[in-house]
Design a protein around this ligand. Structure first.
Ligand code: AMP
Length: 283
């Protein structure tokens, strides 16, 4: 696996791949790679001639009081995970490479899709994500890009962007990878104390119970949301940011009765760590 930090090196690699007619799969990450990331790299490996993984803690998707400075940076370990999952090329640029101008060009997806859920408390987050992903799509000329349903809103925003800008690639959305105890794997899980980790298990548990209720026939949106909120509140360390439901695809506003496909998503803080998780409900 090649490790590169300069855009010129990435471009040269992509140029060579294209000349040889090879298909390219892309997995964009912020590093601190775990099995969730590895599952995306493996999915890309299975469908493409070449797999490029990016490790870049993107400053523009963090708000002023968020964890940009302390976000885990573990490149050596990341290289091992990426290589053993099947990546051919790991791109780890400096912020100045990715944002050469003081006044950047932004890609912004408008409307409720970026304003609901995480968009409410993270107003610039999806602009940062859409912008950096566009840069990586352009640089890698990828045929397919792989994203985890763990960040469900991100997948919907990027899908909208790809459609609106007629981008020449396919997005693949892959399932959430969890710890054996149910906690969705996340680079931010390392922030949790043992006690907080244990408390945070209430998230996957409450979503599982909601799915079971849905499968047993419950179709009332608010009842399912209230059930999840009540269960999370039994955990005194939890501090709920949101528990909400929207239609999929596109995070559309729903009526009281669930029809079609719905995303039940939550964000909850344990101590200083904000975790997200979700489940898709589909009859
Ligand atoms: P991040 O490094 O957090 O920006 O995530 C990079 C990619 O990995 C995104 O597409 C995430 O949705 C995906 N990802 C993160 N955690 C998981 C997980 N537990 N299961 C599946 N995909 C994940």
């Amino acid at each position: 696996m090649i490790i590169a930090h300069k855009i010129s090196e990435l471009k040269e690699f992509v140029h060579q791949c294209k000349k040889e007619g090879k298909s390219i799969g892309l997995v964009t990450t912020m590093g601190a790679l775990h099995e969730g990331h590895a599952s995306l790299i493996k999915a890309a490996r299975a469908e493409n001639d070449i797999v490029i993984t990016t490790v870049f803690v993107n400053p523009t998707q963090f708000g002023p009081n968020e964890d940009y400075a302390k976000y885990p940076r573990t490149l050596e370990a990341d290289a091992k995970v990426a290589e053993s999952a099947g990546a051919d090329f790991l791109f780890n640029p400096a912020p100045e490479e990715m944002y050469p101008h003081k006044d950047p060009t932004w890609v912004e997806v408008e409307g409720p899709i970026t304003k609901v859920l995480c968009g409410r408390t993270r107003p610039i987050h999806f602009r940062g994500v859409a912008t950096v992903c566009t840069k990586f799509f352009n640089l890698t000329e990828c045929d397919r890009a792989y994203y985890g349903l763990k960040d469900a809103q991100q997948t919907q925003v990027l899908q909208r962007m790809v459609e609106d800008l007629f981008m020449n690639l396919e997005l693949r959305i892959c399932p959430i990878v969890r710890e054996a105890d149910g906690l969705a794997k996340s680079s931010r899980n390392v922030y949790l104390s043992a006690e907080e980790h244990k408390a945070a298990l209430v998230l996957s548990r409450s979503l599982k119970h909601a799915k079971e209720a849905f499968e047993a026939g419950e179709r009332n949106k608010q009842k399912l949301i209230d059930q999840v909120i009540a269960e999370i509140r039994t955990e005194p360390m939890s501090d709920i940011d949101y528990v909400e439901m929207y239609g999929m695809p596109g995070l559309t506003e729903m009526g009281e009765t669930i029809e079609g496909k719905a995303l039940l998503a939550l964000a909850v803080k344990f101590g200083k760590t904000r975790l997200i998780d979700n489940v898709v409900l589909e009859a």
